[in-house]
Write a protein that binds this ligand. Sequence first.
Ligand code: GDP
Length: 202
Amino acid sequence: AQVTSAEFVKSSKRKEDCPADGLPEFALVGRSNVGKSSLLNSIVRRKKLALTSKKPGKTQCINHFKINDSWFLVDLPGYGYAAAPHEVRVDWDGFTKDYFLNRKTLVSVFLLIDASIPAKKIDLDYASWLGKNQIPMTMVFTKCDKRKKRKNGGKRPEENVEDFQVLIREFFDAAPPWIMTSSITNQGRDEMLLHMAQLRNY
Ligand code: GDP
């Protein structure tokens, strides 16, 4: 599984405006600063393809990237952006949830979780919502290269990953697949591409 071409297709404000060509797609979502833009760029081996702006107004859309002319990677707005006004956050919830529940060509949501820190409530809430609504999810742990000092109870990425999986188990009938990644070492990139290829062929 290799990326031979990647092109930005469009930004959509609502699910209705998304591309209608029926190609399968994978949606990347996660807390602001989780490393989503870096990972997207690492996957397609290009710098600055993804929208890297931190301003909420710039990333408030559903962004479709066409890969190898045959499937989409979808960049969704980051959640939990502290500086976003309340109404904006509510709106994000509205349209991303509508997208998750009703986008027919969505194969799996890739929930990005920072493996360098302990589980955050907002990530657990997101995973729980996806599980309860039976939306296929893959956990993508980011920043797995980061080595925390063991003092102050700091845990290794492997331990945070394990803790997270235990915490979300109750929300899912079957344990969701998970991948450990790093945009610095490119750990997990081939695994992600392979995983997406397998899911597309189901
Ligand atoms: P986004 O807001 O989710 O798009 O996050 P970015 O991709 O902009 O990354 C947020 C911050 O985390 C930046 O300072 C990145 O340099 C850093 N970062 C992203 N990915 C990694 C990673 O895999 N390892 C490490 N150590 N830092 C990362």
